[in-house]
Design a binder for this molecule. Structure first.
Ligand code: ZN
Length: 202
């Protein structure tokens, strides 16, 4: 292994090491494994090249974990589930430009209120549509994706109801079951909406 010259003591004694690094956050702490340059002569520590961004990513990931926040990968998954763009998310969450981008790249952890709202959006296509419209986001692909999720949810509800009706229901029974399924879908949606409203008021 070739050693580098130390910028502090000028000895040719700097080597790359993986060492534990303690992240302190809100009175909590977590240990990450840090790749860095260490001088074996004077102990000076420095970061080189990709070590800097890897350090930043690991620190942000540790903070996310300590705060119980969604990971950067989860943010990506939720956004693409709805075919939304990064700028759409920024508009919907009223953040500054490039904020979502930084969250999704893992450089910066999202704040707790945003995290809470993103979790709600992940579970509720209709809420996502509402927020898109409120924020003036125009995205036809996202509208279509949301429509598909709703159709899937309705289909699932219908399947559940029909399975209780039996194998050869009369036409009348079938209409009745479809109405029950439709109402069940709306009841679930409204109940969720009330939970969301309460959560936002709190
Ligand atoms: Zn040194």
């Amino acid at each position: 292994m070739t050693l580098d010259r130390c910028i502090a003591c000028e000895e040719v004694a700097v080597e790359e090491r993986i060492e534990p690094y303690v992240v302190e956050h809100d009175g909590k702490s977590a240990t990450i494994q840090d790749g860095r340059m260490v001088c074996t002569a004077c102990g000076n520590v420095s970061y080189r090249g990709s070590q800097i961004s890897e350090h930043e990513l690991a620190v942000a990931a540790a903070i996310r974990q300590m705060d119980g926040l969604l990971s950067a990968d989860e943010l990506l998954r939720i956004r693409t589930k709805y075919s939304l763009k990064q700028t759409d998310m920024e508009q919907m969450l009223s953040t500054g430009p490039k904020t979502w981008t930084r969250w999704e790249r893992g450089k910066v952890p999202q704040n707790k209120p945003a995290d809470k709202l993103i979790r709600l959006l992940a579970e509720d296509p209709e809420l996502t549509r509402q927020l898109m419209r409120q924020a003036g986001v125009i995205n036809e692909e996202a509208e279509a994706a949301i429509e598909r999720f709703e159709q899937d949810a309705k289909r699932l509800m219908r399947t559940m109801v029909m399975s209780k009706v039996g194998t050869a229901p009369s036409a009348e029974m079938q209409r009745f079951a479809e109405r029950v399924a439709e109402e069940a879908f709306e009841t679930v949606r409204d109940a969720r909406r009330q939970v969301v409203a309460r959560g936002q008021a709190a």
